[in-house]
Design a protein. Structure first.
Length: 397
């Protein structure tokens, strides 16, 4: 069986094409730059009869998320997309989706959050939603966007958790590159029709998400049912366990499609590295170029690319960084009043693994500010000479 044909696609087109290949049945979205082309492409596919799906025109992002939650609860394979303040407008419903355990997929085309307004890229939008109970996967190029969107449905439906596929606005969303589009038959083999653990049936009415008490209590049949905290514990436990689902889904994808994206994280030049750069998204690709340059200068530097931010692959990161004496974290977000969010989480993970490398947190590229490989080279060289532990790269005024 052919593994696909190569087309020139933007990351937005790749995401829409992948959703179509997954045979999504309900799409609901509200337009926002730079996400809009994703749902425009899907609307066109539905209008032309190329995709048998319901496209719901809604009045807001909050309504879009509410619509796909409802669609997923009755058994449909549902899809949405958003960016920046649109994602923030969904905030309440993001919690509702995770708490309802619906296996839907959303692409988040990362964009800086207002105010002040910017249409350009950083990852503050999705990072700010890290505690809503969603799996978050970050992509470094358009091929990974295509493949991860397909993988996301398998991950979601196996773990009964919603999945957010994140990629950088304009840097990837509107940049045209070669992308291998797999044949429909191969995607169908990888992703069979959704099988139900639970859904609403017309002849089986039920009350979903009623007010629940703190402690477990018996139902009408005398069986003890979980209280609120117990359900939160189940959500947390299953989110942690989804790391293995992510890894297994990527391994199965490799067998069928001939490509792997590393599961929860990927490594570059880390075999003998004594200093590591940790990053995610397209910035991690820039870091690989910087690492190559540093190698020519005699520095043993490698890259750890974080693909899954939630669940956070703490033990795998500990293993990857076990022999690193220093770590440079480059990220397009900040936890205001402290440091970059990835750096904070990474410190906790390494502490729990008994590791104490000198870790440097660098906030970079907010609001679309360019970060070139040569700048990363200089940042890492300063870090290796015991530079600042926390900095904002190229912030001038």
């Amino acid at each position: 069986m052919s593994r696909g044909i190569t087309k020139i696609l933007t990351a937005n087109e790749a995401a829409a094409t992948a959703a179509g290949l997954c045979r999504v049945q309900v799409i609901a979205a509200y337009p926002i730059t730079p996400q809009t082309p994703v749902t425009e492409e899907l609307a066109s596919m539905v209008e032309k009869g190329e995709l048998d799906a319901e496209y719901l025109t809604v009045e807001s992002e909050h309504s879009a998320m509410a619509a796909v939650i409802g669609a997923s609860q009755v058994g449909a394979r549902a899809f949405t997309a958003t960016s920046a303040n649109g994602l923030l407008y969904m905030h309440e419903m993001l919690h509702w989706a995770a708490g309802s355990r619906v296996p839907l997929v959303m692409v988040c085309v990362n964009r800086g959050v207002g105010a002040p307004w910017t249409i350009l890229n950083d990852q503050q939008d999705s990072i700010s939603q890290r505690d809503t109970g969603w799996i978050q996967l970050y992509c470094r190029n358009s091929q990974e966007v295509m493949d991860t969107t397909i993988q996301a449905y398998k991950i979601a439906e196996k773990s009964l958790l919603p999945v957010m596929v994140c990629y950088d606005g304009f840097v990837l969303s509107h940049a045209s590159t070669p992308v291998e589009v797999p044949p429909q038959a191969l995607v169908d083999k990888y992703l069979p029709p959704r099988t139900e653990v639970f859904r609403i049936f017309e002849d089986g009415p039920c009350n979903l998400n009623p007010l629940i008490l703190s402690d477990p209590r018996a139902d009408a049949n005398g069986e003890l049912q979980p209280g609120y905290m117990d359900l939160r514990y189940r959500l947390h436990s299953d989110l942690l366990s989804s790391e293995e689902v992510i890894r297994a889904s990527d391994e199965e994808f490799l067998e069928l499609f001939g490509r792997t994206w590393g599961g929860a994280l990927w490594l570059y030049l880390m075999d003998n590295a004594d200093h590591a750069i940790v990053s995610m998204g397209s910035l991690a690709s820039e870091c690989t170029i910087a690492a190559e340059t540093l190698r020519t200068m005699g520095y043993r530097v490698g890259v750890v690319g974080l693909r899954s931010y939630r669940p956070f692959p703490a033990k795998e990161l500990g293993s990857a960084l076990a022999h690193a004496s220093g770590v440079t974290v480059m990220e397009k977000d900040v936890s205001y009043g402290y440091e970059g969010a990835v750096a904070v989480d990474l410190k906790g993970a390494l502490f729990n693994e008994g590791l104490r490398p000198k870790l440097h947190s660098h906030v970079a590229g907010l609001g679309g500010r360019d970060i070139m490989p040569d700048e990363i080279v200089e940042v890492v060289r300063r870090d290796m000479a015991t530079g600042p532990l926390v900095s904002w790269v190229n912030a001038r005024l």
